[in-house]
Design a protein around this ligand. Structure first.
Ligand code: DC
Length: 219
């Protein structure tokens, strides 16, 4: 079984997808973490995160991105190094959005994602899962919420990680990232025609999970 969960940042996708995977006994795959890991690598190597050719060469040189299970949740490994905390900053979020607009990066990561999903039950979250990565997924959801609610959630998340977060600035960044993700040429963020849209403004995580399970006929 393949479940695709797409939507803008802060809509609650990753927390919901992780819980849903646990309820269903599926593997959870956070594709945003992969774009963030590529963004971090580019940043470290001084590669321009909008230069498609340079990023393509960087990936061809061999990059391994994996997820490792840990008691507190999943950790992202970049060439074997745990980079989970480093990829969760606003700066790397923006770098991820930049590299995600580059065809060479999307080609490489989509191939990895399709391969990982082959022959296993997976809940995958991202921006193009229902439209491009797993177009034949049995269940497709598109989670949304207003920019203000999403910015507030991002602030809470950053503060919980001990990082400084200023609401107005985060709101601007959320809007900038939405704009870029929705208007890029390559696989823009868009609801798949057969995805069910769920607005999460007034719903807690448990409620969203229950709504999705009900829509899947599993409640
Ligand atoms: O979900 P996130 O905030 O961790 O994603 C980081 C960036 O990666 C986001 O700006 C959009 C991009 N992304 C994408 O283009 N396609 C995906 N499947 C997942 C993320």
């Amino acid at each position: 079984m393949h479940v695709a969960i797409d939507g803008p940042s802060g809509a609650g996708k990753s927390t919901v997808a992780r819980r849903l995977a646990r309820e269903l006994g599926c593997v959870y795959m956070d594709t945003g973490a992969m774009y963030r890991a590529v963004g971090l690598l580019a940043h470290r190597l001084g590669v321009d995160d909008r230069d498609d050719e340079a990023l393509g060469r960087m990936l061809e040189a061999g990059v391994e991105i994996r997820a490792a299970l840990a008691p507190e949740g999943q950790r992202t490994l970049l060439n074997g190094e745990d980079v989970e905390d480093q990829i969760r900053t606003q700066e790397i979020g923006m770098a991820a959005s930049n590299v995600a607009a580059c065809p060479s990066v999307r080609r490489a990561l989509v191939a990895m994602q399709r391969q990982a999903a082959q022959g296993c039950d997976v809940v995958m979250d991202g921006r193009d899962i229902g439209t491009n990565v797993l177009p034949r997924a049995e269940h497709k959801f598109f989670l949304t919420a207003s920019p203000r609610v999403r910015a507030q959630r991002r602030c809470d998340e950053l503060r919980a990680r001990g990082q400084a977060a200023e609401f107005d600035q985060i709101l601007r960044e959320v809007q900038e990232r939405d704009e870029q993700d929705m208007n890029r040429k390559e696989s823009p963020l868009v609801r798949a025609a057969d995805a069910v849209e769920v607005r999460t403004d007034d719903l807690g995580i448990d409620e969203v999970v229950q709504v999705l399970l009900a829509l899947m006929g599993r409640a």
